[in-house]
Design a protein around this ligand. Structure first.
Ligand SMILES: NC(=O)CC[C@H](N)C(=O)O
Length: 193
């Protein structure tokens, strides 16, 4: 199947997302490519887009500056959002500097793990995966409210850390950093089934 996955390339860990999706497509989707996306026109023809980790206030500002808020909010493909990306896909965020896209019915709290646990790694259970997942949290957000149409895939004592709504998935942690591509594969299966 030919097709394209975009990675929003305004700020954040863009190259890690490009590499991880490239590997996840591997032999299962050999004709698909991964491309960086910086302008609204580049959204046309994408099957999905990844919103990377980084600084959500900065990415939000750049989305506005590049006229991409509405095109992203209306994007019809799947969205794979990690960390700052999870903040951006929300419908409600605790920080007024972020103008979220409202594509998932979730409320998100930025930097919700407090100073001690701000950055840490742990194995967590995720719905749909047989074995625990090595999750890398870096000043991670949590979901404090998930709407009725949202499937909660994982939670920690601090709150919900993985969600799916239709074709979209969002994670508090960074699946693009741990070398485990099961969540990328789950996303692709969910997108193309
Ligand atoms: N690693 C990350 O993406 C951190 C996200 C950051 N705390 C934010 O809300 O923008």
């Amino acid at each position: 199947m030919a097709g394209k996955i975009g990675v929003l390339a305004l700020q954040g860990d863009v190259s890690e997302h490009i590499a991880a999706f490239g590997r996840a497509l591997g032999t299962d989707y050999p004709e698909m490519v991964v491309v960086p996306v910086r302008r609204a026109e580049q959204l046309a023809g994408l099957d999905a887009i990844a919103l990377p980790g980084g600084e959500s206030t900065t990415i939000s500002r750049l989305i506005e500056k590049n006229g991409m808020h509405r095109p992203l909010a209306e994007f019809e493909g799947g969205i794979f959002a990690t960390c700052a990306g999870m903040v951006l896909v929300a419908s409600e965020v605790d920080d007024p500097r972020v103008h979220p896209l409202g594509v998932m019915d979730i409320r998100v709290e930025r930097n919700a793990f407090g100073r001690q646990a701000a950055s840490h790694e742990s194995y967590i259970e995720i719905l749909g995966l047989g074995e625990p997942f090595h999750a890398v949290f870096i000043r991670a957000p949590v979901v404090s409210r998930a709407g009725l149409g949202v499937a909660v895939l994982a939670r920690t004592p601090q709150g919900i850390v993985a969600v799916r709504q239709g074709r979209h998935m969002a994670f508090s942690f960074h699946p693009e950093l741990s070398g485990d591509l099961r969540l990328h594969r789950l996303f692709l299966e969910n997108l193309f089934r």
